[in-house]
Design a protein around this ligand. Structure first.
Ligand code: NDP
Length: 459
């Protein structure tokens, strides 16, 4: 009989923590998990899932416009409260399902805040103190805002955006990353006058430059006002809203201001220092490739380690942890060619290297294939929206090392393209695949013309 109450104690019942605890309990171990909010974590409760519902709610406006071109007479109104209720019912159902699945696997669930007392002892505040042979930190991240900005207390983050009592008439969103771009699309789609302000030269830093330029242009076509190379000086509450004072001297009054300026690891008050767990300069838990922290029996997965902050990655890290620790088959997740989607409107799907990254890492250069075209569905709308598809190919090996798509269904397409990129397929193998016609995706297997330096400059 073990000297500990549990074989594994998991802190945080988000995507990573739930997967690790269920697998381990199903393997016959005594497992407990603590969650201070609702079971499901960021993804289910205040991230991916509700965000996608909001994207879908807001996309109807665009679909109605397209429908008019096809002869439909669409008279539609939107009720924010009805939507919020439906969304919250579904989120509660999913959270309940997660909790039920933990129970079915035999995981003991503690609703409460867990604090480490030492490397083997966890206090569930106000409830009890338990011991465990191993501890897994899976507490995720939380929004970060520049706290020294005058008036920042008037701004919300994505967390509150899911529960606004009323849909504002005007919103300003600060930031140029995933969350800023996604919420700008949501609010604009729902008819809110939307301004996006970003300090850098173009949105989505880190993405392929063609994707960034294309998306910035497309979201402006959807009515979002994009202000680049600028940030706030202050925010002031007025009788009619919030006054955004910008560095460039401009002032914009909106009803709501949302900061989407990044997320930080959720480590505050966890007692990690007491247990001797090392953090990096950004507060992320330092781990080795197998997700082990600086303390032998304490492990960490997901956003709290700030490696690749995506739900499916946290789940894979959980599986690798379980295999390594409990099945004697050491595994670590392979972070290469992980596809990702930005649910902007239009959405983005990318996998592999950007052109700039490929030029840096492919010794003999790269071949670039790029096309921009009007999606067939828009033929009757008079819309000048364009789709972008780009393949980045290692000139030497002819392997497709990057696929970049902006346009309808890009997230669905990139999931499949990612199989080919992950498998290391070549451009010739893409081309040997017969097209599905008429689709947008067929462009991926029919791109013939390499970009020459001249037409690259022309864009
Ligand atoms: P990101 O790190 O993607 O973007 C943060 C943005 O805020 C950047 O544009 C950054 O600018 C800007 N910023 C940072 N500090 C300041 C400041 N002081 N003043 C003004 N602007 C600032 O964070 P997000 O919050 O958008 O998302 C967090 C993470 O969550 C993402 O990285 C992603 O991993 C994950 N996520 C994934 C989604 C998906 O898969 N679809 C959806 C949502 C989130 P700069 O670029 O100049 O640093």
């Amino acid at each position: 009989m073990s000297q500990y109450d549990y074989d594994l104690f998991v802190i945080g019942a988000g995507s990573g923590g739930v997967r690790a605890s269920r697998l381990t309990a199903l393997g016959g171990k005594r497992v407990a998990i603590a969650e201070e909010h609702r079971v499901g974590g960021t993804c289910v409760i205040r991230g991916c899932v509700p965000k996608k519902f909001m994207v879908m709610a807001s996309d109807f406006t665009h679909q109605f416009e397209i429908a008019r071109g096809y002869g439909w007479d669409v008279q539609a109104t939107f009720d924010w409260k009805t939507f919020l209720e439906a969304k919250d019912v579904e989120i509660a159902r999913l959270s309940g399902l997660y909790a039920a699945n933990l129970g079915k696997a035999g995981v003991e669930l503690f609703h409460g805040r867990a604090v480490l007392k030492d490397a083997h002892t966890v206090e569930i505040v106000g409830k009890k103190t338990v011991t465990a042979e191993r501890i897994l930190i899976a507490t995720g991240g939380r929004p970060w805002v520049p706290e020294d900005l005058p008036g920042i207390e008037h701004a919300i983050t994505s967390e509150e955006a899911f529960h606004l009592p009323e849909l504002p008439k005007r919103i300003l969103i600060a930031g140029g990353g995933y969350i800023a771009v996604e919420f700008a699309g949501i609010f604009a789609g729902l008819g809110v006058e939307t301004t996006l302000i970003y300090r850098g030269p173009n949105i989505l830093r880190g993405f392929d430059d063609d994707v960034r330029a294309h998306l910035a242009g497309e979201i402006e076509k959807r009515g979002i006002k994009v202000i680049l190379g600028c940030q706030h000086e202050s925010l002031e509450k007025t009788a009619t809203g919030i006054l955004n004072k910008l560095e460039n001297g401009h002032q914009i009054e909106t009803d709501v201001v949302m900061f989407a300026t990044g997320r930080v690891p959720h480590v505050k008050g966890l007692g990690l220092e007491t247990a001797g767990v090392r953090l990096d300069d950004n507060g992320a838990v330092c781990v080795d490739e197998f997700s082990r922290t600086s303390v032998d029996n304490i492990w960490a997965i997901g956003d709290v380690t700030d490696r690749m902050n995506l739900t499916p990655v946290a789940i894979r890290e959980a599986v690798a942890f379980h295999e390594t620790v409990y099945r004697d088959t050491p595994q670590h997740f392979d972070y290469e060619a992980v596809a990702t989607a930005v649910f902007s409107q239009p959405p983005v799907g990318v996998v592999g290297l950007t052109e700039a990254e490929a030029r840096h890492s492919c010794a003999k250069g790269v071949d670039v294939y790029l096309t921009r075209f009007r999606p067939m569905k828009y033929a009757f709308t008079g819309s000048d929206e364009r789709m972008l598809m780009k393949l980045v190919v290692d000139a030497d090996t002819q392997r497709v090392v990057g696929v970049h798509i902006v346009g309808p269904e890009a997230p669905e397409m990139i999931q499949l393209a990612a199989i080919a990129v992950k498998a290391g397929l070549t451009k010739a193998q893409f081309d040997a695949t017969c097209a599905v016609h008429p689709t947008a995706a067929e462009e991926l297997v029919t791109l013939k013309e390499k970009q020459s330096p001249q037409n690259m400059a022309a864009g």
